[in-house]
Design a binder for this molecule. Structure first.
Ligand code: PMP
Length: 423
C-alpha cells in the first residue's frame, strides 16, 4: 500500500507520488502547475486559472485540445477492442493515409513515441548500410535513450544523465547545424550509416536550415553512401501535410514522425523507402512493440489526417503565426526590450537578443540569455500564457484572431512586469 497522503494541494500530492511531481523530466520546470482541462488553445489549471496554450503538450495538440472529430473516431473504434496482436483494418487505412499525406515514402510502421521511432530508424540505417557511425547536429533532440540524450554544454557533447554509459557516443559525430563542410568532414572519415537531422532544429532555437543546407545533406549522403534520416517529430504535419519534405523539397531515405501526427494521441511512425523498410519486414532488422498501431493509435492517425485534409489549416496558420510573431516583437519594441522572434509560423523562438542577431547554429543559441527567458516563461504563466522555458512557441490550428490579440496583451503585461522587476 502506498502511504496515505496527508497533504492537501494537488501539487503536494503530485510531489508525493511522482518523482519531481511529474512524469517526464522535460516537465520538471512546470511541477508547480496541475491542469484540469483544455479546450482548443485554452487550458485551465486546478485553481481555475486560464492560460492560452503555446506549448501544446510539447507539440502534439496541434489541432488544439479535445478536437471532437479525432476523439469521436477513437471512441468509436475502441468499442471493438484496442490491441489484437495482429494487423487490423484501421491500421492499414491509417498507414495508407499517412503515406498519402507525406507523399514520398513507400511504407511505414506506427509505434508509440518519437524516442523509439528515432531509435528504430537509426538501427534500420545501420542494418541497411552495415556501417556503424551516426552524424547528428549539436543542439538536436532525438529522445532520451542512452545513445541519444546529449549534454551540449561540453564540446564534444557528452552524455546528459547518470546511468548513461560513458561510451554512449563512441559511434556518433556531432557537427554544427547549417555547416555543410563539417558534415562533409565527418562523412569522409567513413563508416557512416546515417546523417540524422531535425530539418528545422526546433529543440534549440528553432533554427531554420540555410538555403541549400538540406539539399547539401542529401548530396553528401549520396556521395558517401550514408542514409539521410529526417527527424520530423516536430516538423511533420505541422509545417505542411507533407512536413519538412514538402516545405523544403528534399527527400530523405527514412523519416520519423510523432506529435502532430495523431492530434494528441500517443503515436509515432518510421517511414521510408521500400527497399529499406523491407529489412524490417523480413526480420533482418527488428522493430517491435505491443502497442504499435493500436486501434486508438490507428483511429487517431486516420482521423487527424482527415481533419488536416478537410480543414487545410496551413495557410491560415501561416497568417496566425506571423501576426503572433509581429505582435510579440512589437510589444518588446514598445517596451524597449531587445527581443528576437524568429522561426516559422507553426513553431517559432522567442529570446532576449537584438532582433538582427544571427542565430543559425547551437553556439549562437547558447549565447542568447536563456536563463532570463526561462524565468520569463514563469512570468508569462502568471499572466496566463503557457509556453516552454526553452523559448519555442508552438501554434495550434485552433488559435483565433481574438486569441492572438489577447496573447499580445498578456505578453505586453508580462514583459513590462519582467522589466520592472529587473529595476
Ligand atoms: N525527436 C524530436 C525532434 C523531438 O522534438 C522529440 C520530443 N520532443 C523526440 C524526437 C522524442 O519524442 P517523444 O518525446 O515522443 O519520445
Amino acid at each position: 500500500m502506498p502511504p496515505v497522503s496527508t497533504t492537501t494541494t494537488l501539487v503536494d500530492r503530485a510531489a508525493e507520488v511522482l518523482p519531481g511531481g511529474v512524469s517526464s523530466n522535460v516537465r520538471l520546470a512546470h511541477a508547480d502547475v496541475v491542469f484540469d482541462r483544455g479546450e482548443r488553445c485554452h487550458l485551465w489549471d486546478s485553481n481555475g486559472r486560464h492560460y492560452i496554450d503555446y506549448l501544446l503538450g510539447q507539440g502534439p495538440a496541434f489541432l488544439g485540445h479535445g478536437e471532437p472529430r479525432v476523439n469521436a473516431a477513437v471512441a468509436e473504434a475502441v468499442q471493438h477492442g484496442m490491441v489484437y496482436g495482429a494487423t487490423h483494418r484501421l491500421e492499414i487505412e491509417a498507414t495508407e493515409a499517412l503515406l498519402g499525406a507525406i507523399g514520398w515514402a513507400d511504407q511505414a510502421r506506427l509505434c508509440v513515441s518519437g524516442t523509439e521511432a528515432d531509435h528504430g530508424a537509426v538501427r534500420l540505417a545501420r542494418g541497411a548500410t552495415g556501417a556503424t557511425r551516426l552524424v547528428r547536429f549539436t543542439g538536436s533532440y532525438h529522445g532520451w535513450l542512452n545513445d541519444m540524450l546529449a549534454d551540449y554544454s561540453q564540446r564534444p557533447p557528452t552524455v546528459a544523465s547518470r546511468g548513461q554509459l560513458p561510451d554512449s557516443f563512441d559511434h556518433t559525430d556531432f557537427v554544427p547545424f547549417n555547416d555543410l563542410p563539417a558534415v562533409a568532414a565527418a562523412l569522409s572519415r567513413g563508416d557512416v550509416a546515417a546523417v540524422l537531422v531535425e530539418p528545422i532544429m526546433c529543440n534549440n532555437g528553432v533554427l531554420v536550415p540555410k538555403e541549400g543546407f538540406l539539399a547539401g545533406l542529401r548530396a553528401l549522403c549520396d556521395e558517401h553512401g550514408a542514409l539521410l534520416i529526417f527527424d520530423e517529430v516536430i516538423t511533420g504535419f505541422r509545417l505542411a501535410l507533407g512536413g519538412a519534405v514538402e516545405r523544403f523539397g528534399v527527400t530523405p531515405d527514412l523519416a520519423v514522425y510523432g506529435k502532430a501526427l495523431a492530434g494528441g494521441w500517443p503515436v509515432a511512425a518510421i517511414a521510408g523507402r521500400r527497399d529499406l523498410m523491407s529489412l524490417i519486414g523480413t526480420n533482418t532488422v527488428n522493430h517491435s512493440g505491443t502497442f504499435n498501431a493500436s486501434v486508438m493509435a490507428a483511429a487517431a492517425v486516420k482521423a487527424t489526417i482527415g481533419v488536416l485534409r478537410d480543414d487545410d489549416p496551413y495557410t491560415a496558420l501561416e497568417g496566425t503565426g506571423q501576426r503572433l510573431q509581429r505582435g510579440l516583437a512589437g510589444a518588446a519594441a514598445d517596451l524597449g526590450v531587445p527581443m528576437r522572434v524568429a522561426g516559422v509560423s507553426a513553431a517559432f523562438h522567442v529570446g532576449f537578443a537584438d532582433p538582427a542577431t544571427e542565430v543559425s547554429t547551437f553556439d549562437h543559441v547558447a549565447r542568447l540569455d536563456l536563463a532570463r527567458y526561462a524565468a520569463f516563461a514563469s512570468v508569462l504563466a502568471e499572466h496566463g500564457i503557457w509556453v516552454a522555458g526553452r523559448g519555442i512557441w508552438y501554434v495550434s490550428t485552433s488559435v483565433t484572431d481574438n486569441d492572438v490579440a489577447e496573447t499580445i496583451d498578456r505578453f505586453h503585461a508580462a514583459l513590462s512586469q519582467e522589466v520592472r522587476s529587473r529595476g
